[in-house]
Ligand binder design. Structure first.
Ligand code: PNS
Length: 160
């Protein structure tokens, strides 16, 4: 059975990698799908995010890294996968995730959204926190792999 794990991944963190690794141990294949949102400028470009995801998950054999634009339900149909995995860190995530899951279900009833609870050690972690700490010169080595830390440093040094 296959599943899609969608998100912004701007950039990938240890929290995401934890969800990817745990999902990959339960499904035959996990497609990590980066939203390519033309109306929203990210910190990293889509290509940079894909590259960081590929490099930080290269040891997990049944993971594919891809990008999509438009509606998630259309992408899942195109990939012929009807399971979406979302990570839940805290109750604060729940309302928004529930809303998206129900809207997606209404639009595409065969789609199931499965919530995977974050590991406690990553329950506070988000890409936004990582970017803020990096931008203000803090140490992000406990939040992201070295390659992501270096990419953040380069971005910050280069003035974004
Ligand atoms: O990592 P994020 O930013 O929480 O991921 C959100 C994402 C990409 C999963 C969500 O915004 C999404 O699915 N966007 C695609 C557009 C879409 O289908 N919108 C309708 C959802 S009800």
């Amino acid at each position: 059975m296959k599943a899609i794990y969608p998100g912004s991944f701007d950039p990938v963190t240890y929290g995401h990698i934890d969800i990817i690794r745990r999902s990959a141990s339960k499904f035959d294949k996990v497609i990590v799908a980066v939203l390519n949102n033309s109306s929203k400028n990210g910190f990293f470009t889509i290509e940079e995010r894909l590259d960081l995801l590929r490099k930080t998950t290269k040891d997990i054999k049944n993971v594919e890294i891809d990008s999509f634009s438009g509606l998630l339900i259309d992408y899942t149909k195109m990939k012929d996968v009807n399971i979406v995995i979302k990570g839940l860190r805290a109750v604060s995530d729940f309302e928004y995730e529930m809303q998206m899951a129900l809207a997606n279900k209404k639009l595409y009833p065969e789609l199931e959204t499965l919530f995977m609870v974050s590991s406690t050690k990553y329950s506070f972690l988000s890409s936004s926190i990582v970017k803020e700490v990096a931008f203000l010169g803090g140490d992000v080595s406990c939040f992201v792999p070295k390659i992501v830390e270096d990419a953040l440093k380069n971005k910050v040094k280069g003035g974004l």
